[in-house]
Every structure is written in structure tokens, then in C-alpha cells.
Design a protein around this ligand. Structure first.
Ligand code: ARG
Length: 557
């Protein structure tokens, strides 16, 4: 609670002239009250004084009698604070809100590749990226989404040349057709030198804007983007066509990027390629690792494009913060890109660039998720089977919009499983566990919300305010509800969506204890009204929280 931090800081300033953040934390045990601070220990250490004496002095000067019970000093000098029931009630009735922080954050996420199916890695990037965009916007940022689609490179030269040779029209191919075409052209390229030369010339034609070549490429891109849009629609992603700023968008900037690096003396020629060697980046063999900005064949690669993208995001999009949601295997790539961009002066020290790294989705065998033939698991199939599983759970339920609810529950289950553990971890794609109605799952939270909705409908009212909080179970629930804004703020800072999931699970668990201990509909008078208001506030937190992680909250299930 911000006001308590302010009061503690004031006491510390008055007593010791220090200005530490009091680091007020939720207490780990009910007997330690609602909040705990180790401020006295830190001041004691810094000043060489007994922390308990420091705590006594702080408590003597601390003015919180309007908000808390008498502060207590525990153990080596912790200060424990317990809110008065009326403080808690007021905090539930008047939740903290965010206003704009005047900062723009650019979020690079999803980033599938043209002419290839989206895979489970792209699922993770999309789900995590959407959740982070929602949270950042809620926390007051101006959010700019950038879908850095892989739509550029030498493979399009091969594919177009193959199309021309086979005499088939680009228009006749769907995404699967494109994927097969890619495989045929790859084989052809490796086996036939004349074809390879033609493919290389075709890349030059593509990069320099030859209209016929561009039209064929454009068609391949559009077919792929249409397919991605279907996945986004099924997922309920916020990504739009206008968020697509693919690798190709930076084509015209690449020569300038390389020229500027060269002018700054940051490039070295190595085996015909132009490379930047950054201090401290060594390979396993101890040799310096290059950032290759121009390949020996004169073409620009993935790194050059990412450098151009950073430059664009800072100078044109005016980013105050840049976030990349990409799997952990690209950690070194981003470390090097950020370092080089800072060295070149394109990424000022005031603009943080963060790689939001995530682990691998595993199949039932504990290995990276692939089809039995070793191919990419089609995302749409996976999501549709989750929806079908959810549909089965809803059989026989009355008053439920079955199709819409199955979709919300099935997709919600997949998303929640992805978001609820630390994103750095790998996880096994296990539909049974994902759709379970008990434990820390999406359906469990959705059910808690639906049950509240039913209760409030029976109550006939959802208006009113929390006035009395007598039972420890209702106090605990109320206290958790007041932590919503702080949790969102924490996720906006750490970019760790699982913290919000854990919080929502704690709320749902506290709600279930509250149901056991505190009758709502059968209670009377002021208690009944107050409990109904507490249920209303809980419902709102669950609904808002699920919304932030991109999960629907059906009214019945
Ligand atoms: N398209 C790439 C892939 O599928 C990810 C792109 C990540 N974003 C970026 N700015 N490099 O692996």
C-alpha cells in the first residue's frame, strides 16, 4: 500500500535522515500482520546500531494510527503492520488506478516466418507478448506492437525461380503448397549449380525491387499472413495486420546501417564478410565471435535487419523501452545486437532493450514438440484439440453457450499453462493437465469467476460497498484484492507474466476459503451487503486479471 511506504519513509527521514525505500512486503504469515518491513535492519546495518533500537525509534515516530493497529516489532527488528478493517474496506472499495506514464514501449513478438507453419515457439511468443502488451498498457505505457515477420532472405530467390521453372502460378499455392515448394527448391539449389546461380540473381532482383519478382514474393507473403491471421483469431490475439513490420521493411536501410558502422570503424573484413567484433564476445573455442552485417556474397542477414530495426524503433518510433519476446536460443544474438547498437549510438543508455526469453515446449516424450515424422506440429490443430477437450468438459451443463465457452476454456487453458510458470522454463504440452478444473489452471480461475457471477445473479444486486470485514477469511481475501495494482506494476517491470497468474490463483484460493468460512447469501443485513460487495470486487479482479493475460472469463461454465 503506497501510503504506508510514504509514512515509513517519513519516519525514517525524521529519525535518521535516511531515505531508503521501506520495501514493504506482504507478510508471509498471518501472525506477522498484513505487511512487513526490514527497514530497521538496513538502517541498523548502515549506521552500526541495533536494529531493534532503530525499529523502536521508527515505530515511535511512525504516524499510522488512522490506518493500522499499533505497529509491532518482531524478531531481529522487523516492523509488522496490520491494517484496520476500515482501511482494508476502503482500499477494496477504491482500487488504485494507473494513469499514463508518458513512456512508449515497443514490443517485438510473435514473428512467424513466411512460407512456414507457425510452430509452438511462435505460440509462446504470441501468448507472452500479448499478455505483456496488455499489462504494459494497463500500467500506463503507450504500447507499440511490432510483428517482426521473417519475410526476407535468399530462400525467396530459390522459391521464385523454382515456381518459374515448374511453370506454376504463385496464386495457386496455399501455405502448405509454399512449404513444399520451399523444400523442392532447396534440394534443387543444392544439386544444380546453374539453378543456384539463377536463384542468386533472383535474390538481387527481389532486393532491388524488380516488379515481377516483387509481385510473386508479395503473394507468398500475403498467403502466409492470411494463415497467421487465422491462428491469431483462434487465439484471440491482439495482433493486427498493421502491426506486421517484417524483415523486408528494413531492406532499404541496410546499406546505410553498414556504411555507418564502417564510418565509425566498427567493422572488420573476415573471409569476405563484413563483421563487428565486440569486446567480451568469445566462442566456445575462445575465438572472437562476429556480428555478421554483410555476408561474403554481399547479402545482408538477420543481424543487419535487427540493427536497422533498433535504429528505427528509437529514432522513428521514439521508443523509451524495447522488448523482444523470442526464445532463449537467441539470447546471444540479442546481447550482441544490443551491445553493437549501443556502441554505434543507435540505442541510447536511457532506453532499455530487454530480451524476454522463454523456454521450449516439449512433447509427451520430454523432447521438443514435433510430429511423429519430426515435422512442425500445426498450431491450429493443437488449439482445436484443446477446444474439443474443453467442449467435452461442458457436456450436459445448462445455461452455457457451449461453442463460445468451449473456445474460451480450451484456448484459455493453453494460454494459462504457458504463462503460469516462469517463462524461462520448458514445459510439456499436456492437454489433460491444462484443462483440469483443479489446481493452478486456466479453467479453475474461469470457474471461480463463473461461480461468482452466478452467486451475484442470485443475490440480485452487485452494488454496494465493503463495510465490515470481521472474519479472517474475508480479511485475507480483501487484503489480496488490494494487491492487484502492485502485482500489475511488478509484471510491467519484470516482464514476468507468471507473477500475475500466481496472484490470481492466490485470489481464487482465498475466495474458496472465504466461501467455506463466510456465508454470503444466507447472512443478513450489513454483513450480507458487505460480503456481496467483496464478491463483486473479487469478480472484477479475476475478470481484469484474466483479461490482462488474454483469457476470456465466461459468465457460466
Ligand atoms: N522470425 C524469427 C524466428 O522465427 C524470430 C524473430 C525475432 N525478432 C527479431 N527482431 N529478431 O526465429
Amino acid at each position: 500500500m503506497p501510503v504506508l511506504s510514504t509514512r515509513l519513509s517519513a519516519a525514517a527521514a525524521a529519525a535518521f535522515g535516511t531515505s531508503y525505500d521501506p520495501e514493504l512486503r506482504s507478510s508471509t504469515k498471518p501472525e506477522f500482520g498484513h505487511y512487513q518491513s526490514n527497514l530497521a535492519l538496513r538502517i541498523g546495518n548502515a549506521l552500526g546500531r541495533s536494529p531493534r533500537d532503530v525499529a523502536a525509534r521508527l515505530v515511535a515516530l511512525l504516524q499510522v494510527e488512522d490506518l493500522c493497529q499499533t505497529p509491532e516489532i518482531a524478531g531481529p527488528g522487523f516492523i509488522n503492520l496490520t491494517l484496520l478493517p476500515e482501511t482494508l474496506a476502503k482500499a477494496v472499495n477504491e482500487p488504485e488506478t494507473f494513469s499514463s506514464n508518458g513512456q512508449r514501449v515497443v514490443v517485438d513478438y510473435s514473428q512467424p516466418n513466411v512460407a512456414k507453419q507457425m510452430h509452438v515457439g511462435h505460440l509462446r511468443s504470441t501468448v507472452i507478448g500479448d499478455a505483456l502488451c496488455n499489462v504494459l498498457r494497463f500500467a500506463g505505457y503507450d504500447v507499440v506492437r511490432q510483428n517482426h515477420v521473417g519475410d526476407w532472405g535468399t530462400q525467396y530467390g530459390m522459391m521464385i525461380e523454382q515456381l518459374l521453372e515448374e511453370g506454376i502460378s504463385a496464386e495457386s499455392l496455399d501455405l502448405e503448397g509454399l512449404q513444399n515448394l520451399y523444400e523442392r527448391s532447396r534440394k534443387h539449389f543444392d544439386a544444380d549449380g546453374t539453378f543456384a546461380d539463377k536463384a542468386r540473381l533472383r535474390v538481387v532482383a527481389l532486393q532491388s525491387g524488380d516488379p515481377e519478382t516483387r509481385a510473386m514474393w508479395r503473394h507468398m507473403v500475403d498467403v502466409s499472413l492470411d494463415d497467421f491471421d487465422k491462428v491469431y483469431a483462434l487465439l484471440g490475439s491482439n495482433l493486427e495486420r498493421t502491426d506486421v513490420v517484417g524483415e523486408s521493411a528494413y531492406n532499404d536501410d541496410l546499406p546505410r546501417v553498414v556504411a555507418e558502422l564502417e564510418q565509425q570503424g566498427l567493422l572488420t573484413e573476415s573471409a569476405g564478410a563484413m563483421c563487428a567484433f565486440l569486446p567480451g564476445f568469445l566462442g566456445r573455442d575462445g575465438d572472437p565471435l562476429p556480428v555478421i552485417v554483410r555476408k561474403s556474397d554481399g547479402g545482408f542477414g538477420y543481424s543487419a535487419t535487427d540493427l536497422a530495426a533498433v535504429r528505427h524503433r528509437v529514432s522513428t518510433l521514439h521508443a523509451d523501452r524495447i522488448v523482444y519476446v523470442v526464445d532463449h536460443r537467441q539470447a546471444l544474438h540479442f546481447d550482441m545486437i544490443f551491445t553493437l547498437a549501443r556502441t554505434a549510438g543507435w540505442l541510447p543508455g536511457s532506453v532499455p532493450a530487454e530480451h524476454v526469453s522463454f523456454g521450449t515446449v516439449l512433447g509427451p516424450n520430454g523432447k521438443p514438440f514435433k510430429t511423429r515424422e519430426g515435422g512442425t506440429v500445426k498450431l491450429v490443430d493443437l488449439l482445436e484439440s484443446a477446444v474439443a477437450r474443453a467442449d467435452g468438459l461442458l457436456a450436459g451443463r445448462e445455461g452455457v453457450d457451449r461453442a463460445a465457452t468451449a473456445r474460451a476454456v480450451g484456448i484459455g487453458a493453453v494460454k494459462y499453462a504457458d504463462l503460469s510458470s516462469d517463462r524461462g522454463n520448458d514445459y510439456v504440452f499436456d492437454l489433460d493437465r491444462m484443462v483440469a478444473m483443479t489446481g493452478n489452471t486456466g479453467p479453475y480461475l474461469q470457474y471461480a469467476h463463473a461461480r461468482l457471477t452466478r452467486l451475484l445473479a442470485k443475490a440480485g444486486t452487485s452494488a454496494g460497498e465493503v463495510t465490515t470485514l470481521e472474519d479472517p477469511a474475508e480479511q485475507r481475501l480483501a487484503l489480496l484484492l488490494t494487491g492487484f495494482a502492485a502485482t500489475v506494476e511488478q509484471v510491467a517491470q519484470t516482464l514476468q507474466p507468471h507473477r500475475l497468474c500466481t496472484y490470481l490463483y492466490d485470489v481464487a484460493s482465498a475466495l474458496s476459503t472465504f466461501y467455506e468460512q463466510c456465508p454470503v447469501l444466507s447472512s443478513e443485513g450489513a454483513t450480507r451487503a458487505s460480503r456481496i460487495a467483496l464478491c463483486t470486487a473479487t469478480r472484477k479482479v479475476l475478470q481484469d486479471g484474466l483479461g490482462l493475460v488474454g483469457i476470456g472469463a465466461p459468465d457460466a461454465m
